[in-house]
Design a protein around this ligand. Sequence first.
Ligand code: NAD
Ligand code: UDP
Length: 318
Amino acid sequence: MPKALVAGNAGFIGTHFTGYLLRLGWEVVGVDNFSTGKRENVRIYAGEKNFTFYEMDITEEVPKDDYDYIINLASPASPKKYLSLPVDTMLVNSIGVKNLLDLAKEVGAVFLLASTSEVYGDPLVHPQTEDYWGNVNPVGPRSVYDEGKRFAEAITMAYHRYDGLPVRIARIFNTYGPYMDVADGRIIPNFAYQALTGRPLTIYGDGSQTRSFCYVSDMVEGLFRLLTYEGLDGEVVNLGNPDERTVLEVAKLVVKIYGVPENFTFLPLPQDDPKRRRPDITKAKRLLGWEPKVPFEEGLRMTLEWYREVVDAGKRTV
Ligand code: NAD
Ligand code: UDP
């Protein structure tokens, strides 16, 4: 069975991706520094014989082993988190990525980079195709993440072009589901926590900005195919659900599902918050035979149920 290193395994997507690989019988080594990830997410797999974990900051060291695959999910991903960890975010996406690329080169592993739709910035092309170069403010507050990820993509392609390293880049669009920390700061956990605790839902701007939300099981399947399918070295692929919703629509759905009164507060729109976002997934369909299967209402119900259990159990607080 293949052996994989999952960097950022204690985070939201990492928790699901680790479980997916272990269920296939793969040997999984996780590495995380818990900057945004959770120890309890690592404990889920602690008893599994094919799972090993290292608490390390990948900008400083990486666990060496003979991997077949290296998946890099390590990076703060929520605006709230990367704005509070600006330099760490830039370093994990530069030095951290370089350290993993060097390891991949040394052991001959396939390398998958989790990039982001944020490389398109506040896009002037809609929906976003992989050949769009983006509209990023290089000195705005979000640049620590956006430019960090753009650097991560550039260095990944440099190792591919100049060293022949087998690399693949996933541009992940907004993904949601259980195990996104309730205090993460992104829209779904914020709205869930607020609705469950009788607080007003914080809508930034007038709520007319859009996002397209992908349920995490669909994302994990897409990432796995991009990682393992033959003939994809050097490919950059959008992964996400093209079902586009306004922020206000999401708020209304959350209160409807929880059956609580509509209680919204409108706050200023954060600087450079993208106005519209929807992936064009033609390339993912063609190369991976992949498209999301879980409808938004269904995924949202499952996710909100999970947040209800977490908040009821008082397991996590904001
Ligand atoms: P997350 O914050 O839940 O997980 C990131 C993990 O990386 C955390 O466990 C964190 O502790 C770890 N990490 C950060 N810096 C590290 C370092 N220096 N050394 C070791 N570990 C480190 O975020 P997520 O939503 O699971 O996102 C995973 C990846 O996918 C990120 O790279 C993110 O940029 C990308 N992505 C996610 C989304 C989404 O909607 N979830 C969208 C676009 C891109
Ligand atoms: N948002 C909001 N209220 C919140 C959290 C987010 O209105 O409490 C909005 C945010 O301004 C953005 C969208 O929801 O337009 C998605 O934000 P998120 O932080 O989840 O991710 P982003 O796509 O901006 O990285």
